[in-house]
Design a protein around this ligand. Structure first.
Ligand code: PEP
Length: 254
């Protein structure tokens, strides 16, 4: 079975001590993390190492950066490179979150550069795609996300694509409290898998985890995750509340 993943995206929230309290509460909870399951914490850059030492190689738990720069090194004041993340042992990096695309003008071609740099350093990209509301309303969301995959991922070879985790995050559902229905999520995830299959074949496409993101909560996670092509969630707001995120982790398919 594909890896089932609950990934927390803290975004720009929490002080260090608040973050440590949150993490401690999650770690001390009654968690059931199966063999094919992973829990990932995408915390702000300054907390990566502290989070790593708290998690300390716990089985099935990993740390992620929320972003990286698309160049290897140099005069990019304030930026963080993939080499830097690699040098502190980070295993995952979110690439192309819609907030990065929108507020920091990240393009599909920049994201392609980031994906390549991550893979070269054995960092797994959690590649985000998803359509804005007007695209959903015009009924062209399938074409829209296919272009995002095509322009940022489809230069990868068959070995490389299997190292990617995809997160489908409809922009109209992020932080809005408006979740896609389980049917809408399944329909899009099946479409994404078909797009992957058309490029790489179904054997490879069926190995790639596709997470859903957009107002996942403790009380809707089970229904979303029970869909055959939904392999877990990328979670913003609800990952900041220990009891909610624990419920989400425990809703992953076994
Ligand atoms: C996200 O930021 O990736 C996200 C899905 O946020 P939220 O869960 O708050 O909608």
């Amino acid at each position: 079975m594909r890896k089932q993943i609950a990934a927390a995206n803290w975004k720009m929230n929490k002080s260090l001590s608040e973050g440590k309290d949150l993490l401690a509460e999650i770690l001390n909870s009654d968690l059931s993390i199966g063999q094919n399951q992973e829990v990932i914490f995408a915390v702000p850059f300054p907390y990566l190492m502290e989070t790593q030492s708290m998690i300390g190689g716990k089985s099935g738990m990993f740390i992620s950066a929320q972003n990286c720069h698309h160049k290897t090194a140099g005069a990019y004041t304030g930026e963080v490179s993939v080499d830097m993340l690699s040098s502190i042992g980070i295993q995952y990096c979110i690439i192309g979150h819609s907030e990065r695309r929108e507020y920091f003008a990240e393009t599909n071609s920049m994201l392609l550069e980031k994906v390549n740099l991550c893979l070269a350093k054995n960092i797994t990209p959690i590649f985000c795609c998803g359509e804005p509301l007007q695209i959903r309303e015009s009924g062209t969301q399938n074409e829209y996300v296919a272009v995002q995959l095509n322009e940022s991922l489809f230069q990868l070879d068959a070995d490389q694509i299997q190292k990617i985790v995809i997160a489908y995050e409809p922009i109209w559902a992020i932080g809005t409290g408006k979740t896609a229905t389980a049917e809408q999520a399944q329909e899009m995830h099946a479409h994404l898998r078909n797009v992957l299959s058309a490029r790489y074949g179904m054997e490879i496409a069926s190995k790639i985890s596709i997470l859903y993101g957009g107002s996942v909560k403790g009380n809707n996670a089970s229904e979303l995750f029970s869909q055959p092509d939904v392999d877990g969630g990328l979670v913003g707001g609800a990952s900041l509340i220990a009891s909610e995120f624990v419920q989400i982790i425990n809703a992953l398919k076994k």
